[in-house]
Ligand binder design. Structure first.
Ligand code: NOJ
Length: 560
């Protein structure tokens, strides 16, 4: 058992644009975050992951950076950042920065230079290629719809962008670029930040020659040519040697398309690359063959299979991150729970399910008060570039059914997660005194932080309890995972064991009562109910249990 502080930590993600606005311009800011640090400390979290606050033209809300060493004007100043670091540390918490280095903004000085001429010293900071008889160099489609290539007249070449055309991919094959990135990371670490969440870090190495896919289609998903590419481990090991290994920090790499085999290398226990990665496999359970917007129902069987695979395959080899939502995903209670009658209970059930697994849990802002998905009436009310590009391609250009596409946006759109944080029941949920950049979810009257803090049975205090349990019971962090009764149609049940301690975790994922039976091994075992999401649980024997809809329980069984 290799003990590490970042395994024992709970991380809270802040999406700064939507967290708290201190100056009334409708956009969250750094001073606004500082105002809420006590709220986070009180929740019990250890680490804050801050989505990008760097200078950016905001084509993708800060995930398009034009200066890695400057702060976005709307968010404040570098002095505010220094204060934020100090205030976080003063409360015994840590700060993990977002690091977006697969691509920069097209307004970054490097790209402005790179575009000027084919022999500019910055040309090879990006990926340029001649077209193929008037067509782009290959047929890869972008994460944000359309081609991954944009034509530039000055040099009659195309540049690669896996995301929007304002997010050109950086060329990691260029050692000068890599050195700039490592220097920039060192600069932030020397300022006192405590780690990095690395944006799509497993996309930084592309297959030689950038070939088209074999389908012959004009546009096709080229993931196999850039996800977990040939040199990605080499680059991460170099980054580790030159930067990460010199500090006691936390690192997590966002990694779409990574298998558990890949993860066992990225997050290897020897520590030569990263601490952990974010997998997408459980986030893809409700995507059909047509991808993210081709929504299909997820099943409990699939969830058990995917989560268990990650638990088993990384045991002793790597380390998991645990999440059910973030700024790119719909709200978990709307997606995996019930955001109507059982909103509070199912949010607590999902929290129990996630926090009892092996790995480092991540809480996304608003999750701790059970915020839900939103349904805006018209496409104009949405902000997200991914939504708008998809809508244009599908409806405006492709003639698909408006209502059907809107339905997919309601279920999967990223703006579900980005509506402003709901602090109280005053105008705009207390997020801003101005006009918010994205409308507030109309349910803020009921769902808000003040209500949560005034109610001892709230989701907020439930998270607080889960986090406290984690600090008190090593088995929650380090215990071995085992899925039990895998064919149960309603309950996700698993155990965790460490020495004499065993946890039995029971989560009813259905809106119906569910029966469960567990045989104790020895009469002397003692059983304690550590976590429960219902007000009272009648005395019951483990051998004959009935769980209410969305009920969750965690029993601690101690062997004598
Ligand atoms: C993943 C980030 O989480 C997402 O918000 C962003 O749009 C893409 N990477 C591109 O940076």
């Amino acid at each position: 058992m290799d003990k590490k502080w970042w395994k024992e930590s709970v991380v809270y993600q802040i999406y700064p644009r939507s967290f708290n606005d201190s100056n009334g311009d409708g956009i969250g800011d750094i001073k606004g975050i500082i105002e809420k640090l006590d709220y986070l400390k009180n929740l019990g979290i250890d680490v804050i992951w801050l989505s990008p606050i760097y200078q950016s033209p905001n084509d993708d809300n800060g995930y398009d950076i034009s200066d890695y060493k400057a702060v976005m004007n709307e968010f404040g100043t570098m002095e505010d950042m220094d204060t934020l670091v100090e205030e976080i540390h003063a409360r015994g918490m840590k700060l993990m920065m977002d690091l977006v280095v697969n691509h920069s903004s097209d307004e970054h000085q490097w790209f402005i230079e790179s575009k000027k001429s084919a022999d500019n010293p910055y040309r090879d900071y990006y990926i340029w290629k001649k077209g193929d008889n008037g067509k782009p160099p290959n047929n890869w489609s972008s994460f944000f719809s359309g081609s991954t290539w944009d034509y530039d007249e000055t040099t009659d070449e195309y540049y690669l962008h896996l995301f929007s055309k304002k997010q050109p991919d950086l060329n990691w094959e260029n050692p000068a670029l890599r050195k700039e990135i490592y220097d920039m990371m060192t600069w932030w670490l020397d300022k006192g930040v405590d780690g990095f969440r690395m944006d799509v870090i497993n996309l930084i190495s592309k297959v030689d020659g950038l070939p088209s896919t074999s389908s012959g289609k004009d546009l096709d998903w080229g993931g196999e040519y850039f996800m977990n590419g040939p040199l990605v481990h080499e680059y991460l090991q170099e980054m580790n040697q030159q930067v990460l290994s010199k500090y006691d920090i936390i690192t997590v790499g966002e990694s779409p398309g990574a298998t558990t085999k890949d993860a066992a290398r990225y997050a290897n226990a020897e520590g030569t690359e990263l601490n952990m990665i974010f997998t997408f496999e459980h986030m893809d359970l409700d995507s059909g063959p047509g991808g993210k917007w081709d929504v299909k129902p997820w099943t409990l069987g699939d969830l058990k299979e995917v989560m268990s695979k990650w638990q088993y395959d990384l045991a002793g080899k790597g380390w998991n991150s645990l999440y059910l939502n973030n700024h790119d995903q719909p709200r978990m209670v709307s997606r995996f729970g019930n955001d109507g009658e059982y909103r509070v209970r199912s949010a607590k059930m999902l929290a129990t399910f996630l926090h009892m697994l092996q790995g480092t849990p991540y809480i996304y802002q608003g999750e701790e008060i059970g915020m839900t998905n939103v349904r805006f009436e018209s496409i104009e009310e949405y902000d997200d570039i991914e939504i708008h590009n998809m809508f244009r391609e599908a409806v405006t250009e492709g003639g698909q059914d408006y209502d059907k596409v809107m339905e997919a946006i309601y279920v999967k759109g990223r703006d579900n997660a980005r509506t402003p944080m709901q602090w109280d029941n005053s105008d705009h949920a207390g997020f801003t005194t101005g006009t918010p950049w994205l409308k507030v979810n109309p349910n803020y009257d009921e769902i808000n932080a003040v209500n949560a803090l005034n109610d001892q049975d709230s989701i907020y205090y439930f998270y607080q309890h889960l986090i406290q349990m984690r600090k008190q019971h090593d088995v929650i962090v380090y215990g071995k995972y085992e899925l039990i009764q895998k064919d149960h149609a309603q309950i996700y049940a698993y155990t965790r064991t460490l020495d004499q301690d065993e946890l039995l975790i029971l989560c009813n994922f259905s809106g119906e009562k569910a029966e469960f039976s567990y045989e104790m091994t020895s009469k002397q075992d003692t059983v304690e109910l550590l976590v429960q999401n219902m007000e009272t649980v009648e005395d019951q024997f483990l051998s004959e249990l009935t769980l209410a809809p969305y009920e969750a329980r965690v029993y601690k069984i101690s062997r004598s």
